[in-house]
Design a protein around this ligand. Structure first.
Ligand code: FAD
Length: 494
């Protein structure tokens, strides 16, 4: 075994430097523990780093400043109104309530590090505004937590791919094997290993096993979300719950190679300080315009477009599905030769989707993006003109597209809009380790596997976190609490 270029013994090892892992590490280091964070990618961030950044919580100081009266009890009721009944039926109510009780405190903790939030903004069926959006975007969480980790003496190694857990003869987890600098290293964790390795949206084998082989062609938005943490939970004898539940598949436009202006803004601490001073001076309309830019980066086209007659064609210009049937529509898009498709809108649809109440995509009650917004902000996925012109932009045979258009739309148009490519994506997967309220990973009998902890998407514990802003709130809250718990355990043992 090689040397990792540092001590080979820590109090706590965290697997993954996304939101939950960095929150766990900062919280543990802040409370005096010796912490090592191992991140397999060259850059920390994970799915958290590419997210929008909303954080939903009740009883926050920002709600108080906006004269919003709220309670965790009300939030717990409303949180159960987002997912369809058959999915909500799988929720671990006790754990979700425990989480919601601690979410506002977590937001305050993050604000104390200098992060700035816009809002709260409404998102029905939440009865009052609860969604707080980090400024300028979710990468600010990562930049801030990384600098706090350094400040409190924690250690972060990127390009460090954890391969497996080390267990002693009593099955207690005592460290990890990590591939780093071309060598396999063993590193010990005196108090425990925290799995914060995200989800398995890009692990076709796990998707096939738990959800069905027909879903295995659907991609995860984060191509690195490969379920490593879930595999380690299983290998150590831990129990996994809700593994067949996924957020998606949904059709989404592919991401611009350039990124939006907003995604190119720096997200470090200087930007946080500037945001804190400037945000109160920025008119709401401007914040909405900024949000719209994020919206067209990731949001999905509304189903109403298909109900109103928009069609999907593949790269051969052919229709291949009933656009109103979902998830069959998403599965068929994933099964096309190039794994993608395009939406075709005639003049009537272009007009209709150019003004309220018909929008192409939305972050509800915050921003709405219409056809003209996509033409302006996402010219890479939106072309307007004759059928011949829009077909030529994407190398689609014009004659086939003309036939598909003639069959689908009784009236002809001069102008058409072709939007895409769209692909079928899982935003996240919702299965995770069964955990206790101390974040211990539990086996099938509900017994803790000593030395093993899970947070964020790896440690979802059977919660259903539908709606916007609860995943990040959980990542940060579970990380903060797990880090603090482990650090106090470390202090007691010294
Ligand atoms: C486009 C998009 C937008 C979203 N927007 C929002 C939003 O606004 N609000 C919200 O609440 N939720 C949002 N979500 C969901 C949310 O971002 C995630 O659920 C959450 O951030 C996950 O945090 P995490 O710490 O569990 O995982 P991640 O942030 O994915 O971190 C996991 C880390 O572990 C690393 N890792 C994995 N395996 C290993 C290994 N073997 N060794 C070492 N490191 C490893 C990964 O590389 C990664 O860096 C969004 C998701 C997407 C895809």
């Amino acid at each position: 075994m090689g040397q990792i270029g540092l001590d080979t013994e820590f109090d706590i090892i965290v697997v993954g430097a996304g939101g939950s892992g960095l929150a766990a590490a900062v919280s543990a280091a802040q409370n005096g523990a010796r912490v090592l964070v191992l991140e397999k990618q060259a850059r920390s961030g994970g799915t958290t780093g590419i997210a929008v950044g909303s954080f939903t919580a009740a009883g926050t100081s920002l709600q108080a400043s906006a004269d919003i009266n709220d309670s965790v009890t009300d939030h717990a009721i409303d949180a159960g109104r987002f997912a369809p009944q058959e999915i909500e039926a799988h929720n671990n109510h006790e754990l979700r309530e425990f989480f919601l009780e601690h979410a506002a405190e977590t937001l305050q903790w993050l604000m104390g590090m200098g992060l700035t939030f816009h809002g709260p903004v409404p998102e029905p069926p939440n009865r009052v505004p609860r969604m707080h959006n980090v400024v300028p975007r979710a990468e600010a969480y990562i930049a801030t937590l990384c600098s706090q980790l350094t400040r409190f003496g924690g250690t972060l190694r990127e390009n460090a791919d954890v391969q497996s857990l080390i267990q002693d003869a009593d099955q207690r987890v005592i460290g990890v094997r990590v591939h780093y600098n071309g060598t396999l290293h063993e590193v010990s964790a005196v108090r425990g290993v925290v799995l914060a390795a995200g989800d398995y949206a890009s692990a076709p084998d796990l998707i096939a096993r738990f959800k069905g082989t027909e879903y295995s062609h659907v991609q995860g938005i984060n191509p690195h979300a490969r379920g490593d943490g879930h595999r380690m939970v299983e290998a150590a004898g831990g129990s996994l719950t809700n593994m067949g539940i996924t957020y998606g598949p949904e059709l989404r436009f592919v991401v611009s190679k350039r990124g939006s202006l907003l995604t190119r803004l720096p997200a470090g601490s200087l930007m946080n300080r500037l945001s804190r001073w400037l945000l109160p001076l920025v008119p709401d309309g401007l914040v909405r315009a900024m949000t719209k830019r994020l919206l067209v980066t990731w949001q999905h086209p509304e189903d109403s477009l298909f109900d109103d007659g928009a069609i999907l064609v593949n790269r051969e210009g052919l229709r291949f599905c009933d656009e109103r049937q979902t998830p069959e529509r998403e599965l068929k898009v994933a099964a096309q030769p190039a794994g993608d498709a395009f939406l075709l809108l005639n003049e009537q649809l272009i007009r209709k989707y150019s003004a309220w109440p018909c929008f192409v995509s939305t972050a509800p009650r915050i921003a709405y993006a219409y056809v003209h917004d996509y033409l302006r902000l996402r010219p890479d996925v939106t072309v307007k003109g004759s059928l011949r012109r829009v077909a030529s932009v994407h190398g689609i045979p014009a004659s086939a597209l003309e036939r598909s258009a003639a069959d689908a739309f009784p009236e002809q148009s001069e102008d058409w809009v072709l939007m895409g490519p769209v692909r079928s994506w899982f935003t996240t997967t919702e299965g995770g380790a069964a955990i206790s309220q101390r974040f211990e990973v539990l086996d099938e009998n509900g017994e803790a596997i000593r030395g093993l902890y899970a947070v964020g998407q790896t440690g979802l514990g059977g919660q259903i976190l539908w709606g916007h802003g609860l995943h990040i709130a959980w990542a940060m809250t579970s990380g903060r609490l797990a880090g603090r718990h482990l650090a106090s355990a470390a202090a007691e043992s010294k």
